[in-house]
Design a protein around this ligand. Structure first.
Ligand SMILES: [Zn+2]
Length: 257
C-alpha cells in the first residue's frame, strides 16, 4: 500500500488554477524526533534523511522545484522572482535562502512554500490575475498581520484585489491545544477583539480570518482546515505537543501553466 505523503487543498485546486497542498508526516526515513517525512533542513535532522524525504515527496507529488525563505517569525514578504529554486529531486540543494516569512508570485514556474509545525500556513490565490501567496504565521506573524501585508504586496506587484482572493488556513495548532499567557491574550484581544480567545486559549485561525476580512477578503472565500496539528501528531508535526524538537511539513502552492 502506498503511504500518502501529502494532501491537496481542494478548495484551491478545484479552480484548476493551482496545485496546492501540504506534506504529511508518514512515509519518510528520518528518525525520532523527526520521524519520519521531515522536509526541513533547519531543525537539526540528518541532512541525508531530509534529502531522501524530499526525493520521495517530489516523486509522489510531482512538485519538483521550490522557492522558500529562511523563516524568522517576521512580517516580511518576499517576491519569488528575486529567489532561486531548489530542485527537490536533485542531490544539490545548497542555497542560501533569503530571510522572510511569506512569498508571492504570478509566474507558473514558481512553486512557493513555507515550513510549519503548529504555525499557521495561509494559502492565497487571486483568481482574477491570477497570482499566489503563501504565508508562515505563528503568533508573532499573526499579530504583525503578515497575511494582510502579503495581500498588500500582491496588490503592489500584481494589482491583486482582496475581494478576488480565495484563502485557505492550513493545518495548525487550534484553540483546543493553544493555551497562552494572559499578557499575550490581551495583546491579541486589543487588535482583533474577543473572538480570538476562549478562556486562556488563543485561536490564531480566527485572528487571521479577522485581519483578512478587515481588508476586504470575503468571509465565504476563506476555508479553514479542520485539523489541529497538536491533536493529530500521527499525521502532522507539532512543535508544542512534541516539546519543541520535531520536523516540519511543507505547505506549497504553484500556478498551473
Ligand atoms: Zn488540538
Amino acid at each position: 500500500m502506498t503511504v500518502n505523503l501529502y494532501f491537496t487543498i481542494q478548495e484551491l485546486t478545484a479552480t484548476n488554477l493551482v496545485k496546492a497542498g501540504i506534506s504529511l508526516r508518514s512515509g519518510g526515513v528520518s528518525d525520532a524526533p523527526y520521524s519520519s517525512l521531515n522536509l526541513a533542513t533547519h531543525v537539526g535532522d540528518d541532512p541525508a534523511a531530509v534529502l531522501q524525504n524530499r526525493h520521495f515527496f517530489s516523486k509522489q507529488s510531482s512538485i519538483n522545484s521550490l522557492k522558500y525563505c529562511q523563516q524568522i517569525h517576521s512580517d516580511s514578504v518576499i517576491t519569488a522572482d528575486t529567489l532561486s529554486s531548489i530542485f527537490l529531486d536533485s542531490d544539490n540543494q545548497n542555497i542560501t535562502a533569503q530571510t522572510g516569512d511569506a512569498l508571492i508570485s504570478n509566474l507558473p514556474d514558481d512553486t512557493i512554500g513555507v515550513f510549519t509545525a503548529d504555525c499557521v500556513p495561509v494559502f492565497i490565490l487571486d483568481i482574477a490575475t491570477p497570482a499566489i501567496g503563501i504565508v508562515h504565521a505563528g503568533w508573532r506573524g499573526t499579530i504583525a498581520r503578515i497575511a494582510t501585508k502579503t495581500l498588500a504586496k500582491m496588490k503592489d506587484c500584481f494589482s491583486t484585489l482582496p475581494k478576488n482572493c480565495l484563502i485557505h488556513i492550513g493545518p495548525s495548532i487550534q484553540k483546543c491545544c493553544y493555551e497562552v499567557s494572559s499578557e499575550l491574550l490581551g495583546r491579541f484581544e486589543e487588535q482583533f477583539g474577543r473572538k480570538v480567545h476562549n478562556g486562556h486559549s488563543l485561536c490564531l485561525q480566527t485572528a487571521n480570518i479577522i485581519q483578512l476580512t478587515d481588508v476586504g477578503v470575503k468571509f465565504d472565500s476563506i476555508s479553514t482546515s479542520p485539523y489541529c496539528t497538536a491533536c493529530c501528531i500521527d499525521m502532522f508535526y507539532s512543535y508544542r505537543a512534541e516539546g519543541g524538537q520535531t520536523g516540519r511539513m511543507l505547505s506549497y502552492i504553484q500556478l498551473i501553466k
